[in-house]
Design a protein around this ligand. Structure first.
Ligand SMILES: *Cc1c(COP(=O)(O)O)cnc(C)c1O
Length: 481
């Protein structure tokens, strides 16, 4: 395999003329300095350009291909947002610079953006206050459950359990368990929460319910008002996993329905690409009764209009992240929300839901769709028919790679056999959706007639079909590149 190191030849260099600089002062003590130069590859500029250009072509991304990975929202994010996030007035700020104008004007703008983003998210969700600090969706969930625990502890409530429906995102039960609660699972009925099943497990020890909505089947929970009433009747709190807010933006506000906590994934719905390991942001919104427990610090607006970080909240659960969270991600969300405005945000959810339903209708004659009714931003299909021919969801997913599409999420949610969870997102054109449908139908026809053809797929990708077990046990990241 060729690496940038194997291309190295002694003395080979690229050239980048720079203005003359004074010799930099050495701040490190002598004994900490290297005695030898680092062994960096010695390559020409052309070697480097070709190496990375070829590597980048092997990469799969939204910038090159369709990426319908359910529950992940791999949508296209306008490039102007990257420019906003790279403005030097923001990138050169240090979190410990003085805050107030009297000490220099440096951070007032950044604080204002944090303050305004919080207000915008409150407006969008109907919540009372937000913390922008959590660094991911799951981190937001943990923060949210800790807020629920703080509330009960403060009131002296003896609470031990959190109810999580079987259609929730996998992180929900994990977050509740990490926060110290016993997780009580309830079975969904007809794809959604059954209030009767909820009643059966409801008692005074229930701290709350965590709900993913739309749930992992892409379905809206239509019994919300009844569920809210039931949980509040035992002084439980309602948690809304709003990672996929592109399904309901501008259509429903979770605060208006009576939810006490919600987390959003800015790195799904609001302009930061999702995947690749971050950075992300999972802001948490709360109703009035949970506000005193929010993490510190919080941005407040002083009487003279200046912004200030306040740490003085005696009931706060404390710190959940260093400084203010991922500021760059928050900044992009702010610019995205302002640029789209109310009308634009409404169109986001309308297009996300339209695209998913369009695909669902186009595919319903070819794939089993277990809950085949109007879906939200995604839907779950199943390859049970194809399995009879020996072709599994995995094989269909791999064959899609050969057609230049990313595969849908497969084998999740766990409650549907051989499932493919498809989320087209709001940013794809009808032409792209049609091409995906044609290619998928082509694959399903092959599954019918020549199932064995699909078992070796993919054959056109830089890395072929992996032995999944071996790949997990004996990971070798560079082979075959
Ligand atoms: C993505 C997602 C999460 C977790 O978000 P991370 O940022 O990956 O931790 C939680 N819930 C739902 C419904 C999601 O789609």
């Amino acid at each position: 395999m060729e690496t940038i190191f194997s291309k190295s030849r002694p003395g080979r260099r690229g050239v980048w003329p720079k203005p003359a600089q004074k010799e930099a002062k050495n701040y490190l003590p002598e004994n900490l300095l290297r005695s030898q130069r680092p062994k960096l590859p010695e390559v020409s500029e052309l070697d480097v350009v070709r190496h990375y250009t070829l590597l980048s072509r092997k990469n799969f991304g939204v910038d090159s291909n369709f990426y319908p990975l359910g529950s992940c929202t791999m949508k296209y994010n306008p490039k102007f947002l990257e420019e906003v996030a790279s403005l030097p007035g923001f990138t050169k700020l240090h979190p410990l610079l003085p805050q107030l104008k009297s000490a220099g004007h440096h951070t007032q703008g950044a604080l204002e953006i944090l303050y305004e983003t919080e207000r915008l998210l409150c407006e969008i969700t109907g919540m009372n206050a937000f913390t922008l600090q959590p660094l991911a969706g799951a981190h937001g969930e943990l923060t949210g459950v800790m807020l629920i625990a703080a509330y009960h502890q403060h009131k002296g409530n003896k609470k031990t359990k959190i109810i999580v429906p079987d259609s929730a995102h996998g992180t929900n039960p994990a977050s509740a368990a990490i926060a110290g609660y016993k997780v009580v699972s309830i079975k969904s009925k007809d794809g959604i929460i059954d209030p009767r099943a909820l009643e059966e497990v409801l008692d005074e020890e229930v701290a709350g319910l965590m709900m993913t909505c739309p749930n992992t089947l892409g379905l809206f929970e239509k019994h919300l008002p009844e569920i809210v009433k039931l949980i509040h009747s035992v002084d439980g709190l309602l948690y809304y996993d709003g990672a996929n807010l592109n399904a309901i933006l501008g259509k429903m506000r979770v605060g208006d329905v009576g939810f006490d906590v919600v987390h959003l994934n800015l790195h799904k719905t609001f302009a930061t690409p999702h995947g690749g390991g971050g950075p992300g942001a999972g802001p948490v919104g709360v109703s009035k009764k949970l506000e005193p427990f929010l993490p510190i610090s919080r941005v407040v607006k002083l009487e003279d209009g200046q912004f200030f970080l306040n740490y003085n909240y005696p009931l706060s659960i404390g710190y959940v992240a260093p400084f203010y969270g991922n500021f760059g991600v928050i900044l992009k969300a702010y610019a995205y929300i302002l640029r789209l405005g109310r009308e634009g945000l409404i169109r986001v959810s309308e297009h996300a839901v339209l695209a998913a339903n369009y695909l669902r209708k186009k595919l319903e004659d070819y794939l089993e769709i277990p809950y085949n009714r109007t879906c939200m931003h995604e839907f779950v299909a199943s390859a049970v028919k194809q399995v009879k021919k020996g072709v599994r969801a995995l094989d269909i997913a791999k064959a899609l790679l050969d057609k230049g599409h990313h595969a849908p999420t497969i084998y999740f949610p766990l409650i549907v056999k051989e499932c493919l969870m498809i989320e087209p997102t709001e940013t794809e054109s009808k032409e792209t959706l049609d091409r995906f449908v044609d290619d998928l139908i082509d694959i399903l026809n092959t599954a019918e007639k020549y199932p064995e053809y699909l078992l070796q797929a993919p054959s056109k990708t830089p890395v072929r079909r992996l032995d999944e077990v071996k790949a997990a046990r004996n990971m070798e990241l560079v082979e075959n590149v």
